[in-house]
Design a protein around this ligand. Structure first.
Ligand code: OOG
Ligand code: NI
Length: 472
């Protein structure tokens, strides 16, 4: 397997040139994508489908093409992916945090899936800076099994002791993690070795570490518990490309012999997309070999497509959550067309023009001086001192900030569509963010604070450029 060439940055600590964490992340994302394409050929089909749809969408919508270009999103679109993994212990999670940090990825947000009957809680490792996001926004939705939610004492202890036996990292990976932390990064050849060693953690193993009886009892407690506990490592369970038109993707999947889940998760189609819309195809039944040489099958890996819209403020998110739960009070439509119509009716209340979204502070925006603004400034005109006036008088342009995170209700829908009839009722224990952060070894970043910082930075920049003492 070949990796993308990793270019050297000038930054040095010990005399060796270190590559940037962004380059390590890009190389890793590409290596992961190549590995998954070989492991799950349908993933390659999804990539081809999404590339086709994106090309057509950009051709048919020049305004969208121009906007994406202005937001530096065209280049990242082709490589943009998220993946997902599930781990079993605090040590595994904390070590992954160190691994991802070396790739410039940090834990953002806490997701509690137990209310949806899935015995895990999660975060997403992703880049947080503007530059890093535009280089390659690779994200990994990472779930930690909540062993305490296994009701049967003996089974819970058995699961814990199975997990205690395994090391999901190669010895080479452990050495390189320590080295990378000591040096503050990797030189090019270390970076290539790091990517190769870490890839091993995410590889699929068709030999289970347990016998069929053990697998079955864990599977009966919850299918996901068997998936986390019975294998050597946390195989990547999907990799998701980003489409510009998820309705077209949903419609095109059957034409390519891919059966999508019944409905698209998230908000309805809008003129100005918000947050995240997702669809997936069901997990594949794959042959496995249990300890004792018995053959069987396991269902875990699937495919997913997503469309990203703008990040919402806490106020916008509260409106989204209210409308989403209102739409879920109606009897659920079995088919996507009806489901989307119902959603659209309820979401008619959510403003769908940029200026209202901005003035009502429902979404986050990036501000930028317009060409007109530059010309006026050069001609000696005095800009107004309020943002609203700068926008209405076309001194500055506004662009929505892309949502980089995940939605717990949608994530639960994706998990559930893979659990078939065996879905579990909500767990009563409730959310346990403090326990998750303790396992992780640090608090998660607050997504709203990250988006607010991007917005504030852009405001500060136009204020400087316009030479304004104050900007209200
Ligand atoms: C993760 C499911 C959640 C998403 O896109 O919301 C997810 C999993 O199945 O491990 O990936
Ligand atoms: Ni996903």
């Amino acid at each position: 397997m070949t990796y993308a060439p990793i270019s050297s940055d000038a930054a040095t600590t010990s005399g060796d040139a270190l590559v940037s964490a962004d380059d390590v992340r890009s190389a890793f994302a590409q290596a992961m994508s190549e590995m998954y394409r070989q492991e799950v050929p349908q993933y390659g089909d999804l990539i081809a489908l999404v590339a086709d749809i994106n090309r057509r969408t950009l051709e048919q919508d020049p305004a969208l093409a121009e906007r994406l270009e202005a937001q530096h999103e065209t280049a990242r679109l082709d490589v943009e992916r998220h993946g997902a993994i599930r781990v079993g212990t605090a040590e595994e999670l904390a070590t992954l945090r160190r691994v991802f940090a070396l790739m410039g990825m940090h834990p953002v947000s806490y997701y509690d899936l137990s209310t949806a009957g899935v015995p895990v809680h999660s975060t997403a490792f992703r880049p947080v800076d503007e530059d890093a996001l535009s280089r390659n926004p690779f994200r990994v939705f990472t779930s930690l099994l909540r062993l305490e939610l296994i009701e049967d004492d003996a089974l819970r202890r058995q699961a814990a002791s199975i997990l205690a036996e395994r090391d999901i990292f190669t010895p080479g990976a452990r050495e390189l993690i320590a080295l990378g932390e000591r040096q503050g990064g990797f030189d090019p050849s270390q970076a290539q070795r790091f990517v190769a060693e870490i890839l091993e953690t995410f590889r699929w193993h068709h030999e289970a570490t347990v016998d069929r009886t053990t697998y079955q009892s864990l599977h009966d407690a919850h299918r996901l518990i068997a998936d986390v506990v019975c294998f050597r490592g946390p195989h990547i369970n999907h990799l998701t490309p980003r489409t510009l038109d998820i309705d077209a993707a949903q419609a095109a999947m059957p034409e390519r012999d891919i059966t999508p889940k019944a409905v698209i998760e998230g908000p309805p189609k809008r003129r100005w997309p918000i947050l995240l819309r997702q669809t997936s195809f069901k997990a594949l039944e794959e042959p496995v070999r249990f300890a004792g040489q018995e053959d069987g099958s396991h269902t875990a890996r699937f495919g997913e497509i997503e469309q990203r819209g703008m990040a919402l403020t806490p106020k916008g998110r509260a409106l989204y959550d209210t409308l989403l739960s209102r739409s879920r009070e109606q009897p659920s439509a079995g088919d996507n067309a009806t489901h989307q119509r119902q959603l659209e009716d309820v979401f008619a209340e959510f403003p769908d023009d940029l200026e209202t979204l901005r003035r009502e502070a429902l979404a986050y925006f990036r501000y930028r001086i317009s060409d007109t603004g530059r010309e006026r400034l050069a001609a000696g005109a005095t800009p107004p001192e309020t943002l609203d006036a700068l926008v209405t008088e076309a001194w500055v342009e506004v662009m929505p900030i892309t949502y980089e995170d995940f939605l717990p209700v949608s994530a639960a829908g994706i998990f559930q569509s893979n659990l078939g009839d065996a879905s579990h009722a909500a767990y009563a224990n409730g959310s346990s963010r403090a326990a998750f952060e303790l396992a992780l070894g640090r608090p998660v970043f607050d997504e709203f604070a990250l988006y607010a910082r991007l917005q504030d930075d852009s405001r500060a920049q136009i204020q400087r450029q316009l030479g304004l003492c104050a900007l209200r």
